[in-house]
Design a protein. Sequence first.
Length: 232
Amino acid sequence: MLSVIPNPPRIALPIVGSDDLFPVRRVYCIGRNYAAHAREMGADPDREPPFFFMKPADALQLVPAHGTTEHPYPPRTTNYHFEVELVAALGEGGIDIPKERAAAHVYGYAIGLDMTRRDLQDEAKKLARPWDLGKAADFSAPIGPLHRAASFGHPDRGAITLGVDGVVRQSGDLGEMIWSVPEQIALLSTYFTLAPGDLIFTGTPSGVGPVDRGQTMSAAIEGLGTISLVVT
Ligand code: MN
């Protein structure tokens, strides 16, 4: 049997120190997982726990570890925000995964950006509508190469930063997450059957803000290097 249209491409992440690829299935994201960021978004982290949303897998933009990659400014926004995030890539799936066994399901980690059309997201919040128009723009999930947990380990602390044109805008620590990566996997697996190839964007520290055409974003996580993008 032939496909009646060209087969849509399967997004696959390069793996540091290997010629092999990590094919992506789904992209899950967590919202308000750092207390200071929850507060800057007008929420009370003591009363309102983090929550999940999704991006389409083809919103991923592969960003090499070296050089500066062009990142297109999306349409229908005048307030396009950066959010630097640790991304966990699952090598094993399951349902009702116990927290104590969850880390072993992670194949590796990468630096990601949860780029957001904040004006559209704010409008969706106000009107109690879905977040997709704000969160799922084309190219809205830049991601660096995957570092294998087998060599990198499972980070529970370490600096996570984002700079714009050399000025630090976000500066946090992975240890400030409200829900740890294993807790996120455990909880998410009560809602969905997780599978190999799933990514989880694990939330952003405070300091999110707008970026404009011509500006360069540099996102870094301790041990995972830096990715650099110029907005075009
Ligand atoms: Mn985010």
